[in-house]
Design a protein around this ligand. Structure first.
Ligand code: FPP
Length: 246
């Protein structure tokens, strides 16, 4: 029999939680709804998690909202996802402001419609002076692409004589990734993936090297504060050794 682990409010809390919000489509299908209804409901799940994370004084929550591979989806679904920053602005912004949450976006700008870029810019600007939780939204993001871009930048610096080959190390590469602005919190402590799938799907490949991973069968639109606390409770049970001994 497995004992249910309870979240300890006085126990260790991860600084950075990364989430692969999976299962929106299946959640909608189970209810006879369009896949987009799952994404719509997924936005509400983000609100629940962000409010819970802010209360717990977690420093960063990174959510995987749209990958560089998601362009392969039907045009209508992609078009809907491109409208989600607008819905986030309309429905989440007051709550984000009330909870002192700063929104950041991580990903490539190319192919993103102008209206989506404009809304994202507005949300980022409105929350830029907030000093609490950072909600880092991975939008048109891919881990391999990020590493390729960082490598190109480093090669250019070596070619320009700004850096020698011997100076290139793990810190150099980390500094060229999109998470560099998160400084000491760049690498997630905990990765959560919902919906029962057990893979990384090109998410934060470098940064997750020593993250604890937690996979839940709960589909993202059903993910709530209780599910989140279950994830954190499991994290509190882990013994992080970073390759060393405990
Ligand atoms: C994965 O579920 C989910 C996505 C690709 C989109 C996630 C987007 C949100 C939750 C909304 C937030 C967006 C912004 C911009 C804040 P899936 O569609 O792969 O589900 P399935 O595996 O059941 O088909």
């Amino acid at each position: 029999m497995t004992e249910t682990v309870r979240f300890n409010p006085n126990g260790e809390i991860p600084n950075h939680v990364a989430i692969i919000m999976d299962g929106n489509g299946r959640w909608a299908k189970e209810r006879g709804l369009k896949r987009t209804a799952g994404h719509r409901e997924g936005l509400r799940a983000i609100k629940r998690v962000v409010v819970a994370a802010a209360k717990l004084q977690i420093k960063v929550v990174t959510v995987y909202a749209f990958s560089t591979e998601n362009w392969k989806r039907p045009k209508s679904e992609v078009a809907y996802i491109m409208q989600l920053p607008g819905l986030l602005q309309d429905e989440l912004l007051p709550e984000l402001m009330a909870n002192n949450v700063k929104v950041q976006i991580m990903g490539k700008e190319e192919h993103i419609p102008i209206y989506t870029k404009h809304t994202i810019k507005q949300v980022v600007q409105t929350t830029q002076n907030n000093t609490g939780l950072i909600l880092n939204i991975a939008f048109n993001y891919g881990g391999r692409d990020e590493i390729v871009q960082a490598t190109k930048e480093i090669c250019q610096e070596v070619r320009d004589g700004k850096l020698t080959l011997d100076q290139v190390d793990e810190t150099t590469l980390s500094a060229h990734l999109k998470t560099a602005c998160l400084r000491e919190f760049a690498d997630p402590d905990l990765l959560i993936r919902s919906s029962g799938e057990v893979r990384l799907s090109n998410f934060l490949l470098w940064q997750l090297a020593y993250a604890e991973m937690y996979f839940t069968s709960v589909k993202w639109p059903d993910f709530d504060e209780e599910t989140f606390l279950d994830c954190l409770a499991a994290y509190q049970e882990r013994n992080r050794r970073y390759g060393g001994l405990s």
